[in-house]
Write a protein that binds this ligand. Structure first.
Ligand SMILES: Nc1ncnc2c1ncn2[C@@H]1O[C@H](COP(=O)(O)OP(=O)(O)O)[C@@H](O)[C@H]1O
Ligand SMILES: [Mg+2]
Length: 284
């Protein structure tokens, strides 16, 4: 199994190296980076190019590690036992019927090798990563209700993403191979855009990229627009057939772009950007 990148996903050499290192080491690959830098998509594309299914676990602030293993649905069982007089209670006797299998259970018991994505692990509480250490290390866990050891038939390829909202515990980090997806430079960004909009006019792209990177470089911005925001914005520019002149002034300076709401998501940032444009126009 080796990752070579894909037609839909632009990879840098260091990203490819990191993915393959994690595969070789058989350790989870922890991918950090700003939102919208293609972390989730990396897992999807990797699974696709390797031809293996991808099981996804999207973490929320309320997600508990146990939910990834299994949950015992005691409430349904109680209800069924109260109704048992009607159907003889066959279902109630078998506790297996009330075990809800989590993604790790599914990944461990899958017949073929699979990829497993634990997406945005930093959303959960601080204990969450530690609670999964042993399971991810040993690739097994015990189900007390059914007295079963669930052991991985094939070691899944584990991806973990983080938006860097919280630090992760050291013991957890030690077990992962780590890669930080740097924000794409202009060249890489052009390649990414080309994947999504192969027929985009070069001069429009040039002007849009200039606006985009000018905005990103504004000091004091609350929320920098990311790759996915640039793509959204370009989609709108194309859909609305916005002319090149709307993006720049005569002397190639940045103008307030149309549909700026795709890039800037709060009013302070918009004001900041308007100031920059105003200053530039005065310095002309
Ligand atoms: N390297 C890339 N190649 C192609 N498209 C990309 C790349 N990085 C980001 N994108 C685009 O940006 C969008 C957001 O990526 P996503 O994986 O959801 O980001 P993250 O999970 O890091 O927040 C994707 O749907 C894709 O369209
Ligand atoms: Mg994501």
């Amino acid at each position: 199994m080796k990752f070579q990148g894909s037609d839909n996903y632009v990879t840098t050499p260091d990203l490819k190296l990191a993915v393959n290192a994690a595969i070789t080491l058989k350790r989870p690959l922890l991918v950090k980076g700003e939102p919208g830098t293609g972390k989730t998509m990396l897992a999807e594309e990797l699974a696709k190019t390797l031809g293996i299914p991808l099981l996804q676990w999207h973490i929320k602030s309320t997600t508990k590690a146990q939910q990834g293993l299994y949950e015992y649905d005691a409430v349904s069982r109680l209800r069924d036992s109260q109704m048992a007089d009607l159907d003889g209670g066959e279902r109630v006797k078998n506790i297996d019927n009330y075990i809800i299998k989590g993604v790790l259970w599914q990944a461990f018991t899958a017949e073929e090798p699979v990829a497993l994505l634990i997406d945005e692990i930093d959303k959960a509480d601080i204990e969450f990563p530690n609670d999964l250490l042993r399971e991810l290390d040993r690739m097994e866990f015990y189900c007390y209700e059914t007295r079963q050891l669930i052991k991985a038939k094939n070691r899944p390829l584990v991806f973990i993403t983080s938006n860097n909202e919280k630090e992760l515990p050291d013991a957890f980090l030690r077990r992962c191979f780590f890669h930080y997806i740097k924000f794409p430079d202009a060249d890489t960004m052009r390649q990414i855009v080309a994947v999504h909009f192969p027929t985009l006019k070069q001069d429009l792209l040039q002007a849009a990229m200039k606006t985009f990177f000018d905005i990103r470089n504004l000091p004091g911005l609350k929320k920098k627009p990311s790759t996915s925001e640039l793509l959204d914005w370009l989609k709108l520019l194309v859909a609305e057939d916005i002319p090149l002149e709307a993006l720049q002034t005569q002397d190639d300076k940045v103008a307030i772009p149309p549909l700026v709401g795709a890039l800037l998501k709060n009013e302070q940032d918009v004001t900041l950007f308007e100031k920059l444009v105003f200053m530039q126009s005065r310095n002309r």
